[in-house]
Design a protein around this ligand. Structure first.
Ligand code: ATP
Ligand code: MG
Length: 284
């Protein structure tokens, strides 16, 4: 069952003179079980869109269907806690939301909040922290003493520890160093491919989007300007121009090889895969 936005409108400060319509009448079906990227200019409405997925924001009009929940406008929505157990949202700038005394406690907060007993919650927290590459020697430290990139990892671990079915990440790699960003990306990809998690990721990194996202949503001024296979978007120069999307360098490189007679396969999407294929052809 897809995640369905149905004629969903969201207005910040509705009824106020400075009300702002951030999403306009959105109809969108996001597939379960795949990686979907959400891209678009700054201020286009990406965060507003994804913050509906765990009912952090409730629609002003229209509705959202997700798993077996229906989130509607202006009504008391039941079972939001159950929804948040199944849909984990890592906020943009999530590093500012750490608050517990120690890193381990901060990450264990989520599972504990959902009824997991303390010892077990800390076990889940330790596993999640290992997944994001935080060393055990740091577990007892205050999260406030970490670097920005480490804080981000701890915030991500806080969601992984809950083990949700759907993981929503709002610019999770922004501000990480390149190898840190690659490690995080590899983690999300493996959570999708090995654990079958649905991943929805807001990103400004079109290289990453091209290499790993099955589908892409382009948000433009509060509306959906494109939704479909990532490869179709990035192979359509006219569409990219129309949507002000820069061609990822990896696509430029791939096209250059294709134009020069290399047989790069459709499944070659990462730089490593493309180089490996080209090297094989050269050797032949
Ligand atoms: N809390 C808020 N109150 C009022 N307006 C807001 C609020 N949050 C966002 N907006 C406005 O809604 C619009 C969409 O914002 P949103 O944060 O969803 O954009 P975004 O695509 O995530 O941008 P970025 O790439 O900078 O993160 C913007 O015009 C923004 O100024
Ligand atoms: Mg945002």
């Amino acid at each position: 069952m897809p995640i369905s936005f149905r004629s969903l409108t969201y207005i910040y400060d509705e009824g106020m003179p400075y009300a702002h319509t951030a999403l306009k009448d959105i109809d969108l079906d996001i597939r379960e079980g795949v990686i979907t990227a959400v891209i678009g200019e700054t201020g286009s409405g990406k965060s507003t869109l994804v913050e509906h997925l765990n009912a952090l924001l409730l629609p002003s009009r229209g509705s959202l269907e997700i798993l077996d929940h229906t989130i509607v406008a202006k009504e008391k929505n039941k079972n939001l806690k159950a929804l948040r157990r199944e849909v984990g949202l890592v906020f943009q700038f999530s590093e500012y939301q750490l608050f517990e005394e120690t890193i381990l406690k901060d990450v264990a907060f989520g599972p504990k909040n959902f009824g997991v007993e303390e010892k077990e919650a800390e076990k889940k927290a330790a596993e999640a922290l290992k997944m994001v590459g935080i060393d055990e020697s740091l577990f007892a430290n205050s999260p406030l003493d970490l670097s920005g990139g480490q804080k981000r990892r701890v915030a991500i671990a806080g969601i992984l520890a809950i083990d949700p079915k759907i993981i929503v990440l709002d610019e999770p790699t922004a501000g990480l160093d390149p190898s840190g960003a690659d490690e995080m990306t590899a983690l999300f990809v493996s959570m999708n491919r090995k654990m079958g998690k649905t991943i929805i990721i807001v990103s400004h990194d079109n290289e990453m989007v091209y290499s790993y996202a099955d589908d892409t949503v382009v948000v433009k001024k509060g509306e959906i300007a494109y939704h479909g296979p990532t490869v179709d978007l990035f192979s359509d120069r006219q569409k990219m121009e129309e949507l002000d999307i820069l061609e990822p360098q990896i696509v430029t490189f791939r096209n250059l090889l294709l134009e020069n007679g290399f047989s790069i396969k459709p499944e070659d999407r990462t730089l490593e895969e493309i180089i490996a294929r080209a090297a094989k052809e050269i050797r032949r």
